[in-house]
Design a protein around this ligand. Structure first.
Ligand code: R1P
Ligand code: URA
Length: 291
């Protein structure tokens, strides 16, 4: 069978042999990847490395590959939002599974293990600021997975239906999908000391997360409806902005992925922790030890 040759415009390789946005070369990517939103958080992750192998930076994508207690790990920032996760996941998958010289898919699949360490807003009484939350399921308000043919296979359609019915979903806000994190990875990383449940990944920090400043919202009481939703013992614990695309694309591409976040905004108590940057180090070290 002849293999598809990916053209220059689809698989974009820079003149130095690195992938278009990430500026990373295939040999610079470890099998274990820690994803963070903030480019500065990459330095915090890498501050724990015993040795650093390489560092690259382009736009919001800052990458350091190094060794932590004998494990080769790539720490990489995605910036904000699922649109960036589309770029990061497709480029990481290309680095792992496409031969750059022939521009064809490699015959043996390489599986990456990807853990996102982020910040989030907590929605439940048991998720005050400082709580670590693991996303077992992610409801994507972002719409990214709707553009891929495997969307329905990757989405938990029963949970999707139950959620839409419970909140009386208005389709003017798009069509949410439900992605599932790798269950083994959840067991290993979240263990018994993170709150597990459903996360909503939003296509924005304000309106999509029910924050009202000057603009009125399409559904003003959506957050109350979300907070009361329960499915197979799981509640919606938090809002963030990347977990759905990460889990969904990983499922379609054959990688293992999950998200864990530290709560910095308590949406029920209307409190915010803006000096969280040191505190998230506790979550980073848990993930480094467990990945
Ligand atoms: C919004 O402030 C950003 O913070 C959260 C959201 O998902 C979004 O990216 O995660 P990070 O702290 O990892 O960026
Ligand atoms: N990140 C988010 O996306 N929402 C919050 O409320 C806090 C961090």
């Amino acid at each position: 069978m002849t293999k598809t040759i990916f053209p220059d415009s689809e698989l974009v390789i820079n003149s130095d042999g690195s992938i278009f946005h990430l500026h990373l070369k295939p040999e610079q990517l470890a099998d274990k990847v820690i994803l963070v939103g903030d480019p500065g958080r990459v330095n915090l992750v890498a501050s724990h490395f015993d040795t650093k192998e390489c560092e690259t930076s382009n736009r919001e994508f800052h990458t350091i590959t190094g060794y932590y207690k004998g494990k080769r790990i790539t720490a990489l920032s995605t910036g904000i939002g699922c649109d960036n996760i589309d770029i990061v996941m497709n480029e990481l998958d290309a680095l792992a599974n496409i031969d750059f010289s022939s521009r064809t898919e490699k015959s043996a699949h390489r599986t990456l293990t990807l853990v996102r360490v982020g910040t989030c807003g907590g929605l439940q009484p048991n998720t005050p600021t400082g709580t670590y939350i693991a996303s077992v399921k992610s409801i994507g308000f972002d719409g990214l997975l709707n553009f891929y043919a495997g969307r329905d296979e990757a989405s938990d359609l029963q949970l999707e239906k139950a959620f839409k019915e419970h909140v009386g979903w208005n389709l003017k806000m798009g069509n949410p999908y439900v992605a599932t994190a790798d269950p083994q990875l959840i067991n290993t990383i979240a263990a018994n000391d993170m709150v597990k449940g459903i996360t909503i990944a939003c296509g924005g920090f304000f309106g999509p997360q029910g924050r009202r400043l000057r603009l009125p919202l399409m559904v003003p009481d959506l957050n109350e409806k979300i907070e009361s939703f329960e499915y197979n013992g799981l509640k919606v614990n938090n809002f963030e902005m990347e977990s759905s695309a990460l889990a969904g694309l990983a499922t379609l591409m054959g990688h293992k992925a999950m998200t864990c976040c530290m709560v910095i905004a308590n949406r029920r108590a209307k409190k915010m922790e803006t000096n969280y940057k040191g505190d998230i180090d506790g979550l980073i070290t848990l993930v480094l030890d467990r990945i």
